[in-house]
Design a protein around this ligand. Structure first.
Ligand SMILES: [Zn+2]
Length: 471
C-alpha cells in the first residue's frame, strides 16, 4: 500500500471517529445521525411493507392539513362537503392538484394554524419559469432531508470522514459566501473542497483540479453541466485523473453523453439525483442505475392527464411532502416530467419505490408548431462528435421563436452548424422559426444552472394542460 493511501485511511478514521461526530452534535445536528440510521434500515424493507408505511405517513399529512390548514379546509369543503375522503389511495386521487401559481397566491392560507414547530423558516425558489414561490420548512424537515442526502452520498461511495468535492453555484450553499466559521467547518470538519460554478474560468478549474488531485475525494457532487465542463477541462489537460468513488449529478438533466464523458474521465459511476427546493431529495440512482424515491420525504405520483401513467409512459411529477407540517404541500405540480417505473423490483434489493427516467422540467422540451414536445436531449445528440462547437443553448420564447446560440471556432464550424440546423429544421417541422447566433460566451442562468434547452412556450402550454409529452 502506498504511503499516500495509508495516511489517507488514517486521516479518514480519525475524522470519522473523533472529529466528525462532534461536528454533527454541534448546534443540534445529532438528530441527523439518528434519522440516517433509521433510513439505512428502512431502505431494505420489502416493497409491500414500504407501501404500508408510506400510506400511514400520507394519512398523517392529509389529516393534519384538514384539521389546521385554512387553504385545505376551504378547498376540500367546497369539493367534498363535510365528508372529505381519506380512504387511500383511491380517494386521494380526487384531491385537487396544487399548482405553482396557486401556491404563490395562497401562500399565507397554506400555513398551519397549529403552533408552529421550532425553527420554521421560509425557503424560496425562482424556478425555471421565473415565477418565485416561498414555502415554510421546519427544522425537522431539514434534518430528514440532510439524512436522506447523506444516505444517497453513501450509495455513491462517501462515508463520514471521507473527503468530498462540490461544484455548485447557489451562494447560500457555498461556504465561501458564508462566514469564517462555516468555511472552517466545511474545509476541516467536512473535508469538502468547493468550486463556484458561476466562476468556471480555466484558471479556477486548474486550481480545483490541483486540489482534487491532492485531496483525492471519494465523491464529487455538482450540476450536471458544471461537472461536464470540468470533465472537458481535465480531458484537455491530458493527465489521467485519480479514480473517484462516485459522481453525484444534481439539479439539471444529465444527458447520456455527459454521463459517458464523466464516467470515462473520472473512472467511476455517475449517480444522478433529482430534487427541488420545495421537497429536498425526491429520487436518486442506486448502483443499478434505477431511481429510488426518497419515501421518507415524499409521495410521488406520475400522472398522465388525471390518471396514473402506465409503466414506461411519460407524465407530470406530482408530489406530496411527507415531513413539513408547518406548510404541507399536497399533490403539488412540480412542473417536471418523468417516466412511470416498470413494475419489477430493483436488483440492488432496496424496497424503496421506483420512478423511471426523470426528463427534467417541462421547459426542457421544445414545442413544435404542430403541437409535439421534443425532449431537449434530441438537440444535444445533434452535437455529438462535433469538433468545432464548444457549447450551445436553444431557447424558445413564449411565441414559439427559437434561438440557437453557439460557441466554438475552427474552419469546420460553418459546415457543422449547417448540418445541425438542417436536422433541427426537419425535426421541428414546417412553420418553425429558428435563428442561429454565434456568440463568444454562454452565461449560466441566475441560479448558476446551465440549461441547454429551455422553452417558455412549452412551460406555459403544459401549465394550461394542452400538450402531450413525447420523445
Ligand atoms: Zn436499486
Amino acid at each position: 500500500m502506498s504511503p499516500t493511501l495509508t495516511s489517507e485511511r488514517l486521516a479518514t478514521r480519525v475524522w470519522a471517529q473523533l472529529v466528525y461526530p462532534p461536528s454533527l452534535r454541534h448546534r443540534r445536528r445529532h438528530p441527523v445521525l439518528t434519522e440516517l440510521q433509521h433510513l439505512e434500515q428502512e431502505q431494505w424493507l420489502p416493497a409491500p411493507e414500504m407501501v404500508r408505511i408510506q400510506k400511514s405517513r400520507l394519512l398523517a399529512i392529509l389529516s393534519g392539513a384538514m384539521a389546521s390548514v385554512p387553504y385545505y379546509r376551504q378547498r376540500l369543503a367546497k369539493r367534498f362537503g363535510s365528508g372529505t375522503p381519506l380512504d387511500l389511495p383511491d380517494a386521494f386521487a380526487s384531491w385537487p392538484i396544487l399548482t405553482r401559481t396557486e401556491l404563490a397566491a395562497a401562500r399565507d392560507s397554506l400555513v398551519s394554524t397549529a403552533p408552529l414547530p421550532a425553527a420554521a423558516i421560509w425557503n424560496h425558489t425562482g424556478g425555471s419559469t421565473g415565477e418565485p414561490v416561498s414555502f415554510l420548512q421546519e427544522h425537522h424537515y431539514r434534518v430528514v432531508n440532510l439524512a436522506a442526502t447523506a444516505r444517497h452520498d453513501r450509495w455513491a461511495g462517501w462515508d463520514f470522514g471521507r473527503p468530498t468535492a462540490l461544484l455548485w453555484g447557489a451562494d447560500r450553499d457555498l461556504a465561501a459566501a458564508a462566514g469564517w466559521r462555516r468555511r472552517l467547518e466545511t474545509r476541516w470538519w467536512r473535508r469538502q473542497v468547493e468550486m463556484d460554478a458561476f466562476e468556471m474560468s480555466a484558471g479556477a478549474m486548474a486550481a480545483f483540479s490541483r486540489r482534487l488531485r491532492r485531496l483525492r475525494p471519494r465523491v464529487l457532487r455538482g450540476y450536471a453541466s458544471a461537472l461536464d465542463l470540468f470533465a472537458r477541462h481535465v480531458m484537455d489537460q491530458g493527465r489521467p485523473f485519480p479514480a473517484l468513488g462516485g459522481i453525484i449529478s444534481c439539479a439539471e438533466t444529465l444527458s447520456s453523453e455527459m454521463r459517458r464523458r464523466l464516467e470515462t474521465v473520472f473512472r467511476c459511476k455517475v449517480f444522478d439525483r433529482y430534487g427541488s427546493r420545495e421537497f429536498g431529495l425526491i429520487a436518486s440512482q442506486c448502483r443499478e442505475g434505477r431511481y429510488h424515491v426518497n419515501s421518507r420525504g415524499v409521495y410521488v405520483e406520475i400522472l398522465n392527464g388525471d390518471v396514473p401513467a402506465a409503466p414506461g409512459q411519460v407524465g407530470k411529477v406530482i408530489i406530496t411532502g411527507l415531513v413539513a407540517r408547518a406548510m404541507p404541500l399536497i399533490r403539488y405540480d412540480t412542473g417536471d416530467v418523468a417516466e412511470a417505473a416498470a413494475d419489477e423490483a430493483c436488483a440492488c434489493g432496496r424496497g424503496l419505490p421506483l420512478v423511471g427516467r426523470v426528463h427534467g422540467r417541462v421547459g426542457d422540451f421544445v414545442l413544435t408548431p404542430d403541437g409535439r414536445m421534443i425532449h431537449g436531449e434530441f438537440f444535444t445528440h445533434l452535437f455529438y462528435g462535433s469538433r468545432c462547437v464548444r457549447g450551445f443553448t436553444l431557447t424558445q420564447d413564449a411565441e414559439g421563436g427559437l434561438v440557437l446560440a453557439v460557441t466554438g471556432d475552427g474552419d469546420g464550424l460553418e459546415t457543422e452548424l449547417r448540418e445541425v440546423v438542417a436536422a433541427m429544421t426537419r425535426r421541428l417541422g414546417a412553420g418553425a422559426r429558428l435563428e442561429v447566433r454565434h456568440v463568444s460566451d454562454l452565461p449560466p442562468a441566475p441560479s448558476g444552472k446551465r440549461r441547454f434547452v429551455s422553452s417558455d412556450l412549452a412551460a406555459r402550454r403544459w401549465a394550461d394542460g394542452d400538450v402531450e409529452a413525447g420523445r
